[in-house]
Structures are given as structure tokens and as C-alpha cells.
Design a protein around this ligand. Structure first.
Ligand SMILES: Cc1cc2nc3c(=O)[nH]c(=O)nc-3n(C[C@H](O)[C@H](O)[C@H](O)COP(=O)(O)OP(=O)(O)OC[C@H]3O[C@@H](n4cnc5c(N)ncnc54)[C@H](O)[C@@H]3O)c2cc1C
Length: 349
């Protein structure tokens, strides 16, 4: 069976073995057995952050299909099995009068993957509401809870990303028991909702606005829309220190004249003057606009510069060739090396 059938970008060759795990025991057993046999293991959620090689995966793919949501643990507590669909969890939290996840509406994939790269959007990230992650530890063979402060959450990263040691079994969130959303921090969302940054609306209203904004950008999966056949953003926004930002500003002035301005946002709490520069801006300025199409099946989404899409006939090799062309173009123009956001399996950029 081809992994292309299990990834949102519809790419990836066959897996040598494939196990679907519907209970926690099936999940831990499958991983334990494969580890004992010295097999390579790929934990598969919704496949929305995975770029798998055309040759496929020479090992065992374990698909997480565990279910269950619990409100035990006091007001605002929500414990969710790894295999639960993420957007359904967000919808439920909003419907039940819990705030803190509403801006993470419309993100594909499963709940167990959300701590891996500290999923975030529109001013919220799961690190703000996760209290603990329950894991199977492949080194010790134990199941235990890792509290938030030991998850090493950062911008699109955590201790789980890339390490492979832990299989996430469930995630516990602590949400605010209120009909109003958390304060809206993202300027575009605040403007859409007609509130100042920091204002609040009903969570259901925030959720609806986020989904609408995301749909306009091709960031909600729609089988009828090829612009959504992607892994979402292909590159993370680079975080720059003051000298690196100054170098980008100088390069921008050299390219576009003395009036050129480089958009950037302070990285909250960095305390070191670090800023994030939108990767989409760098890519556009380097000459790769929306819809850019080198012609071998992979192109830039017509709706969002950061999404690289499989127009229907792409291969993983073609997608990566496009990603390299963009990365090199941005490096030549601005001296910034863009890093990929998805997990690359059997391939490198
Ligand atoms: C259209 C679109 C929009 C997106 N928008 C956003 C966005 O706004 N913000 C954002 O942060 N991301 C976004 N993403 C990326 C992606 O949806 C998230 O990273 C999501 O959390 C991935 O979940 P998944 O279940 O599909 O994980 P997968 O793609 O299946 O796996 C991703 C990684 O997590 C590992 N993994 C998955 N489940 C487990 C588990 N239970 N235990 C251990 N490891 C596990 C996998 O092995 C792999 O390394 C978007 C993707 C798409 C396609």
C-alpha cells in the first residue's frame, strides 16, 4: 500500500509493513515488536506534516487510530487520545464552552501530533494549554506523563520533534471555562472580527473567522481544491538576531530601493531582540510568487506562497526540487536559509 494514500500531499511510496492501531495496547505492542525486531518505525497520524520519499518507507508504519476524550481532572481539563481528529476536538471544546483552542481551528491531523511541533496558528499554540503529554517511552518501555515544562516547547518544536523516542498516547489540556475566546492576538484575525488586538469575542465566532481566513488561503483540506494538496506551510518563518535582520534589510534595499522595509515580529519572551521574518515575504521578494509553477507537477499554491502543492502528477522528488529552488533563491537574495516545517522521511532538502 502506498503512503501517498495516507498523506495530505498525496505523495510517498509503499511501506514494507503497515499496522493500524485502534487501542493503546495495539499501539504500544506494535511499536514494541518492531523495536525488538530492529525494524525502523514511522508513527503515522493524519499524514498532514509528512513528506515521504517516492521509494517509500523500509520499515513498519504504525497508524494511530486510538479514540477517546475525557473531561475528568477538574474544570477545563480535557484529555484526548492521540488518534482523535484535531479539528473535531477544537469544535467540541468550543461547543462545550472551553476557550484556548479556538484559533487552532481547521488544522488537519490528529491530536497526538499537536505537541510534536507545538502546533500553532493565529496567535495561539498548543504549548499554552497543554498540561501534560502521556507517552510510551521506546527506550525504557514505560508509559508515563511528561508535564508541560518538560516538553521543551518552542516555535514549531518540542522535545518530541525528530527524536522518535516517545509515542504520544494522549494529551491533556487545561482550557478556560468561558464562552468568550482567549484574547485575540493576531492582527489579521482581530481586524476580521472587528476587535482590537487583545479583544475577545465568542469562541464560536473566532473559530468561524479562523476557518474562513484559512479557507481563503487554501489552508483547510478540501479534496476538490488542489491548492490544499499540501503539508500546509513548507517552511518555518526564520528567527533572526539583530545583525542578521540588518543584513536582510540591506539586501532588501539593494534589491528594491531605499524605501524597502522588511516585515518582522518580535519573538515574545526571547529577551534577546530576536525577530521572526515571514518566510512568505522572503519567498515572494526572491521572485517566487503565488502559483509559481516550474512545470513538473509541483507548484506554489495559488492562494498561499508558503504552501507547495502536488498539482496532481507530482512526485516527492519534484516537490523537493521546487523546495530546493525556493530555498536557494531566498539564500541568494537575502542570505537566509529557510528550514522545512514538515517531517521529511527518507529524503532531505
Ligand atoms: C492544509 C494544512 C494546513 C496546516 N496548517 C497548520 C497550522 O496552521 N499550524 C501548524 O502548526 N501546522 C499546520 N499544518 C501541519 C500539520 O497539520 C500539523 O503539524 C499536524 O499536527 C500534523 O498532524 P498529523 O496527525 O497529520 O501528523 P503526521 O503528519 O501524521 O505526523 C507528523 C509527525 O508527528 C509524528 N507523530 C504523529 N503522531 C504521533 C504520535 N501519536 N506519537 C509520536 N509521534 C507522532 C510523526 O511520526 C511525524 O514525525 C497544516 C497542514 C496542512 C496540510
Amino acid at each position: 500500500m502506498k503512503l501517498a494514500d495516507f498523506t495530505t500531499v498525496r505523495l510517498g511510496g509503499p511501506a514494507r509493513a503497515f499496522v493500524r492501531a485502534e487501542t493503546e495496547d495495539e499501539l504500544t505492542d506494535a511499536v514494541r515488536k518492531a523495536d525488538a525486531a530492529g525494524e525502523r518505525v514511522l508513527i503515522l497520524g493524519g499524514g498532514s506534516n509528512l513528506v515521504v520519499s517516492d521509494e517509500g518507507f523500509d520499515g513498519t508504519v504504525v497508524q494511530v487510530a486510538t479514540r477517546g476524550v475525557s473531561r475528568d481532572g477538574g474544570p477545563g481539563a480535557l484529555t484526548v487520545a492521540a488518534g482523535e481528529d484535531w479539528d473535531a476536538v477544537v469544535a467540541r471544546s468550543v461547543a462545550e464552552g472551553l476557550a484556548g483552542l479556538e484559533c487552532l481551528s481547521g488544522i488537519p491531523g490528529l491530536t497526538g501530533a499537536t505537541p510534536i511541533q507545538n502546533v500553532g496558528a493565529y496567535g495561539q499554540e498548543v504549548a499554552e494549554t497543554i498540561t501534560a503529554v502521556r507517552v510510551y517511552d521506546r527506550v525504557t518501555g514505560d508509559v508515563h506523563q511528561i508535564p508541560n515544562e518538560r516538553c521543551d516547547f518552542g516555535y514549531r518544536t518540542s522535545r518530541f520533534r525528530g527524536a522518535g523516542r516517545f509515542v504520544v498516547l494522549s494529551v491533556t489540556f487545561r482550557l478556560a471555562v468561558q464562552v468568550l475566546s482567549a484574547p485575540v492576538r493576531y492582527a489579521e484575525l482581530a481586524a476580521t472580527l472587528g476587535v482590537p488586538v487583545g479583544g475577545q469575542v465568542e469562541s464560536a465566532e473566532a473559530r468561524a473567522a479562523v476557518i474562513e481566513l484559512r479557507q481563503r488561503k487554501g489552508m483547510v483540506i478540501d479534496p476538490a481544491d488542489p491548492d490544499t494538496r499540501s503539508v500546509g506551510s513548507f517552511f518555518v518563518n526564520p528567527v533572526l538576531d539583530a545583525p542578521a535582520l540588518a543584513a536582510v534589510e540591506a539586501a532588501a534595499r539593494a534589491r528594491s530601493g531605499p524605501q524597502a522595509r522588511v516585515p518582522h515580529f518580535e519573538v515574545a519572551g526571547s529577551g534577546e531582540g530576536l525577530v521572526k521574518v515571514p518566510a512568505a515575504w522572503l519567498i515572494e521578494q526572491a521572485g517566487f510568487g503565488k502559483g509559481y509553477n516550474p512545470g513538473d507537477g509541483a507548484r506554489i499554491s495559488a492562494k498561499h506562497t508558503l504552501a507547495l502543492v502536488n498539482a496532481g502528477t507530482a512526485s516527492t522528488a519534484a516537490l523537493l526540487a521546487l523546495a530546493r529552488e525556493i530555498r536557494d533563491g531566498v539564500r541568494d537574495a537575502f542570505g537566509v536559509s529557510l528550514a522545512p516545517e514538515p517531517v521529511l522521511v527518507g529524503v532531505t532538502l
